[in-house]
Design a protein around this ligand. Structure first.
Ligand code: ADP
Length: 485
């Protein structure tokens, strides 16, 4: 069955067109692997202002938003799925000047309306482009309403009857909470505003729409799939998730081997692989030069994130003086909460020779850090999957992580299990525990270079590709189709 299966992958961000985090990486790479495996996978995303490449015109059509009629101008691009083949993936862009011709991606006063438009446009476009997917694969709150609209409205029409949905939770914290007023814009009526549908403590919750109405739901690691059924990680949706337990799966993300390959990466200073791992050092010196730090063989710990409390930034800030007593350089790339940005600016002023910071979003610098660092720190409070640690491993950079969600699933502690260990792991969300894990890593780095080399080589030779996870997604698609017949 899987060959010829048609899948529409819906995402608010897709790398390299628009990206704030891991969702874009997944949307930009998983569909390509599916296509490689014989699935007719296509992608759809909003056409934001930052997307400047030439797009082809497909069609335009009206979209009803409350009493208004907005126009969706549908555009397209065909993109090669990797460097080695001419196979192309079809990407659709829903364009509307009022909603998407803005500098950023999210956090506008009318986000509810923007993504209601997006969800409706995605469903409306299908008969117009004569593409009837077996599966619409929705991702996070921005496309949750598609699952609802399909079941509450569109399935009454023959064209949509057989379409099944998968809803993937990339981060349960961001749910799309809006006032009851947005019901008018969705245009289905008050009957969906009940606790078993999309009412959530008196407001509307778009992510809940995906969880309630998706035929199959999944998240991006098995451990996070379990965690979100508990009060601690469930973000007040744990009861609902427990109710849907038998349809809830976990699949760890892969990464694009085209975008993240130390052997061919054009964004790094010196390419290397398992055979030439010693060239990684050249990237370290380049990173030190770029960040204005003394150049030499000192251990570099890197961190790249959205600088939110989720990422355990307060643990780093609490422990920074102790950390910097060690013989290390610490490099941070990120943008996010202002109090963290200010704290790191002060830390940089206090330790100009030991700390490098860049506050902003910078893909080239991210690759420079992945390649040039020795260790990568992710002390997350929670982490659905986490790509930072996976990309680091791909570049032979050893992760130091907290045991939660996808971090727990992808990184094993070297001290606990020397055969399996590929990083350093601490359990309790405490800065002192994080510091102990850093010290364990530094101890091996400084005193046992042979063992360190083994860790680097093991990281460089492991598989982080989409090959296996994509097969698991195909199994989920088959489950969703079978549920829907
Ligand atoms: P999340 O999805 O929670 O942001 P992940 O670890 O899953 O976290 O994915 C983050 C992705 O975004 C990685 O590809 C990371 O390299 C990238 N990233 C995060 N912050 C920045 C930044 N400031 N500049 C460049 N890339 C960034």
């Amino acid at each position: 069955m899987s060959k010829g299966l048609k899948v529409l992958f819906v995402s608010a961000e897709v790398a390299p067109y628009a990206k704030t985090g891991g969702l874009a990486d997944v949307a930009g790479s998983l569909p390509k692997e599916l296509l490689k495996k014989g699935i007719d996978a296509r992608i759809v995303m909003p056409k934001y202002k930052m997307i400047q490449e030439k797009l082809g015109y497909v069609t335009d059509f009206p979209v009803h938003i409350g009493d208004k009629i907005e126009t969706c101008v549908l555009k397209e691009k065909k993109e090669k799925i990797n460097k080695k083949t001419n196979k192309e993936i079809q990407i659709y862009f829903t364009d509307n000047y009022n909603y998407f011709d803005r500098d950023g991606i999210y956090c506008y006063y009318d986000d509810a309306e923007r993504y209601i438009f997006f969800c409706k446009a995605v469903l409306e476009m299908l008969p117009k482009i004569d593409f009837k997917p077996d599966i619409i694969h929705c991702n996070d709150w921005h496309s949750g309403l598609i699952c609802l609209l399909l079941k509450e409205k569109y399935k009454k029409l023959d064209f949509y009857k057989k379409i099944a949905t998968i809803f993937t939770i990339h981060n349960l914290r961001y749910q799309g909470h809006f006032s009851k007023k947005v019901l008018g814009l969705i245009g289905i009526g008050e009957e969906i505003f009940t606790p078993d549908k999309i009412e959530f403590y008196g407001i509307v919750n778009f992510m809940k729409a995906g969880i309630v109405y998706g035929d199959i739901i999944n998240t991006v690691s098995k451990i996070y799939a379990k965690e979100i059924q508990t009060e601690h990680y469930g973000e007040k949706l744990e009861g609902l998730l427990r109710n849907r337990k038998k349809d809830l799966y976990g699949i760890v993300n892969g990464i694009s081997y085209d975008d993240f390959d130390p052997k061919t990466d054009k964004l790094i200073y010196k390419n290397y692989d398992l055979d030439t791992y010693y060239l990684k050092k050249e990237n370290k010196y380049e990173l030190q030069r770029k960040m204005g730090l003394p150049v030499g063989d000192i251990a570099i710990i890197g961190h790249i994130s959205r600088l939110t409390s989720q990422k355990g930034i307060n643990l780093i800030i609490k422990q920074i003086d102790n950390m910097l007593k060690e013989n290390i350089q610490f490099i941070i790339l990120g943008t996010g909460d202002i109090q963290y940005e200010e704290a790191f600016t002060k830390i940089k002023e206090k330790y100009p020779k030991k700390v490098g910071i860049f506050l902003g979003f910078n893909t080239k610098l991210a690759h420079t850090i992945y390649a040039g660092s020795d260790m990568f720190l992710m002390p997350s409070h929670f982490e659905p999957c986490g790509l930072g640690q996976i990309i680091s491993l791909r570049y032979g950079t050893i992760p130091i992580v907290r045991k939660t969600g996808g971090l727990a699933e992808t990184v094993s502690d070297y001290n606990k299990d020397k055969a399996k260990g590929n990083g350093f792991v601490f359990e309790e969300f405490k800065s002192s525990e994080m510091f102990k894990a850093i010290k364990r890593a530094l101890d091996i780095y400084n005193n046992n270079p042979k063992i360190w080399q083994t860790l680097v080589k093991k990281a460089l030779s492991s598989d982080y590709s989409w090959n296996v996870p994509a097969k698991k997604y195909i199994e989920l698609y088959e489950k969703a189709v079978n549920k829907n017949v």
